[in-house]
Write a protein that binds this ligand. Sequence first.
Ligand code: ADP
Length: 175
Amino acid sequence: MTIAIYPGSFDPIHNGHVEIVKRAAKLFDRVIWAAYDRPLKNLLFDEMERLEFMRQAARELANVQVLSYHGLTVSFARQMGAAAIVRGLRATHDFEIEYQMALINAQQAPEIDTVCLMTGASYAFLSSSILKEVALADGDISEMVPSFVAPRLKQRIAQLGDDRSEKVKLVSLQE
Ligand code: ADP
């Protein structure tokens, strides 16, 4: 049985992430869709909320299991018996970061390969920070996220009120 993990912050998931997990589920016997518990990013949703969205999105994917983890991604992958780490690759700017990360991971765990899936054209422009930026400006996010995420994202943003510095923190220095 070939196991892969698909790690990320997923704050929150968007349709680009969902597309990748569906494709990975066709390629591997088992996919562990895993959220870092505390990424070095300004989070909008806590661990439980991010996992809840992922579980809802993966409901019909029988070979996908949603979990959270902390520490090194390769250590978690090893613990899970994974042969591969799946990452999504958008336009060219993702390449250098993913390549660097793949090399570091290979140094730490040579037995685990990184498999990058090219983003489909519909979501090549989409990132969690763009999503948040559009939502903050009260734009239409219905094509970007699953239907159960959109109202929760709008609600969370409304709770930020007029705190401009909180909003800037959310969309800056993130992918
Ligand atoms: P991270 O903090 O690891 O970058 P993200 O939640 O931002 O976590 O992304 C998780 C994974 O999903 C990464 O491999 C990222 O490249 C990929 N990803 C992000 N946006 C898209 C998209 N629009 N299409 C496909 N994959 C994407």
